[in-house]
Design a binder for this molecule. Structure first.
Ligand code: CMP
Length: 225
């Protein structure tokens, strides 16, 4: 696991190398394969996680069994903190979508750590505030933006976090099936597939297995507005 990636998490803000390494050494590591579940919505939460490698999807299931993805998180991102700050049950199920390594910090460890470094609490608040902003954007998009617009936005967001520049554009290895992509956008698989096929026909992107090559970022950005 690349410790430099882990240190990008808000928990490590302002820590020197030595303190960061001693905190990492205290955390317990878990290795996961695609499909492995770390915790279920409704479980009691007693630790937060930081992703060292891979990707985690956070999903909720409706009473009739439909799934919605709240987010796809990647290296250096934190999750599982809500049930620590507001003691209660997990608000989503966390599942690996690729080979993934996570590091965990227990509630007691976090309390002790924050007591000795209160300034880190501010960084964690900033991370929560960013997440709330993003969630508000997602809610507004669900109300105001059509499915192709939401697909374009989701692809640009994935590109921002997981994209890698290549000769023809930006290669986004998102590791998601088309079903999962649809769950992330909050629409049916058929509608999302139609939007993707339309973008591909226009030459804005090329579809690959669990990846997409974004060719015309400008047009996608305009479609996402
Ligand atoms: P917790 O409720 O303990 O377990 C599920 C986790 O998913 C939650 O903590 C957050 O860390 C994370 N989470 C919940 N909602 C969102 C969201 N809208 N965006 C990103 N992460 C979220």
């Amino acid at each position: 696991m690349d410790h430099d990636v882990v240190r990008k998490a808000p928990l490590f803000a302002g820590l020197d190398q030595e303190s960061a390494e001693s905190l990492i050494a205290e955390m317990s590591a878990t290795h996961m394969e695609r499909g492995d579940i770390l915790f279920h919505e409704g479980d009691q939460g007693d630790r937060l996680f930081i992703i060292g490698e891979g990707k985690i999807k956070l999903g909720r299931t409706s009473a009739d069994g439909r799934e919605n993805l709240l987010a796809i998180l990647g290296p250096g991102e934190m999750f599982g903190e809500l049930s620590l700050f507001d003691p209660g049950t997990r608000t989503a199920t966390a599942t690996a979508v690729a080979e993934t390594q996570v590091l965990a910090l227990s509630t007691e460890q976090l309390r002790e750590y924050l007591a000795s470094r209160p300034q880190v609490a501010l960084t964690l608040l900033a991370a929560l505030a960013r997440r709330l902003r993003r969630t508000n954007d997602v809610v507004a998009d669900l109300v105001f933006t059509d499915v192709p617009g939401r697909v374009a936005k989701a692809l640009l967001d994935l590109a921002h976090r997981f994209g890698r520049p290549v000769e023809d554009g930006i290669m986004v290895s998102h590791d998601l099936t088309q079903e999962e992509l649809a769950q992330l956008v909050g629409a049916s698989r058929e509608t999302v597939n139609k939007a993707l096929a339309d973008f591909a026909t226009r030459g804005w992107l090329k579809l690959e297995a669990r990846a997409v090559l974004l060719v015309d970022i400008d047009r996608l950005q305009r479609r996402a507005r």
